[in-house]
Design a protein around this ligand. Sequence first.
Ligand code: SIN
Length: 561
Amino acid sequence: MSTPPPLTPAAESPARAYDVLVIGSGIAGLSFALKVARQGRSVAILTKKNKADSNTNWAQGGIAVVTAQTDDFAKHVSDTLVAGDGLCDRKVVKQIVADGPQRVQELIDLGLKFSRDDDGTYDLGREGGHSERRILHVKDMTGKAIENALIKAIGREPRVALFEHFFAIDVVTTGKLAKTRARSRAHSATAAARADSTDRVAGVYALDVRDGRVVTFHAPVVMLSSGGAGQVYLYTTNPDIATGDGIAMAYRAGVEVRNMEFIQFHPTALYSLSGKRFLISEAVRGEGAILRNVEGEAFMARYHPQADLAPRDIVARAIDAEMKRTGSPHVWLDITHRNAAFLRSRFPLIYKACASEGIDIAVDKIPVVPAAHYTCGGVATTLAAETTLPGLYACGEVACTGLHGANRLASNSLLEAVVMAHRGAASVDAYLQRIQKTDAPAPVIPEWRDLGGGDQDERVVIAHNWDELRRTMWDYVSIQRTTKRLERARTRIATLSRETQEYYWNFSVDPRLLELRNLIQVAELIVACALQRKESRGLHSIAEYPKKLRRAEDTRIRRAG
Ligand code: SIN
């Protein structure tokens, strides 16, 4: 393949100039980086912790894809549409489902070994909402296996530079640069507005976490693949890194964000007094586990014909209702009818995690509760992973393509990530070729100004606001909503936002402050979208509007000016 020359911008620090910046190192970011590097582009991956710290690494279930003789695309499409409760984009669903087998084959080509039965065929898992067994998995550690395969492949790719412990703060755009210049020269508002009309990506400011300095990365393309925002809730199955950074950055860059009210609560997280919520994969119910209330009743048949394998929103709400009705802090998940050898081999991670809490899942019922799990909305993108800002792309959980609608079908997220990484790589290539032809000079980005210092004693504000935000979201913006609770949350979050912004401008930035700023932004978006939706649909259930509207519409939100 011929290699185009790199589009190195005229920057003060050419060493930090790339064709493409990728924010995040999960399945979406790594798959995308690999593909654009193979197109001959120079790529920097920025990850705020270690390269393997990603949501992907925690994914247990697997990747939903049509492989079995008994299955077909139409069934997978239909299951996705049913789970999405009328809000999926049918065209997007069809395309992503159809692209799946080819993209999954590429993972296999990288060396990924999905679990097989004794006869050598794939051991296909089943999860809620799926009418067929179609989940390819590596025991209950699918995400980790995919992450390892991709990290190995990236390590062999000389065009990719991986920056661990670099926290992307904000996307720099030509519009923002022009506005700043116009303001500093006291230009008219019309000049600033004119500058805005050609807005495109110029790079990113990022905190080098280890030395505390903010550095500038220059690139005409930024791919956001930083995952979801589970940490906005007190109880979540997500890792600590899931603080909605990409969604907040995109919103601050003036990009459209969509359907943020649809937060998926996983029905079965291990109930523990520590407050940590370890995921008990839906695949356990796929292998026959039954949900029981504290009275011992297998209650799910009262709520849905698919009982324990009903779509996730229904199961989570049913558990919430049973806990409220009985006053119990959890329900039980019962897989004691399967033997220990099977459970240890099929679910080694879950078996071990439960054992460490003194639970032998072959003998004991598992105490489970719902916990925030997946952000179905996010940065609005096309099927080419483009956002509304030229040069800014998004894929994976950070994005909202239209695949998930009002409720994601289990194990569709890894599928979406690999498919959209591939499609994004193709459209980025075309974009870079286009701008290469224009010969426009690359924008010069001023160095970050640290107004810094500040009173270190006041850092307690950050810890306090983290706790208050997550508690507020859990208590007022959770599985079952009311307008009054949402309004109460909005007021509280506005106060937290004011205090945190003040802090942001007066103190040197650090990761906890940056994460808090992003979480607050995401919380505001969730509440704003939830208040916009005057109906109950999918994951959004609100007392005042119990019915679905006839016409399903996305909620869209974009920062003014
Ligand atoms: C699970 O294993 O239950 C989670 C899989 C997913 O969220 O898609």
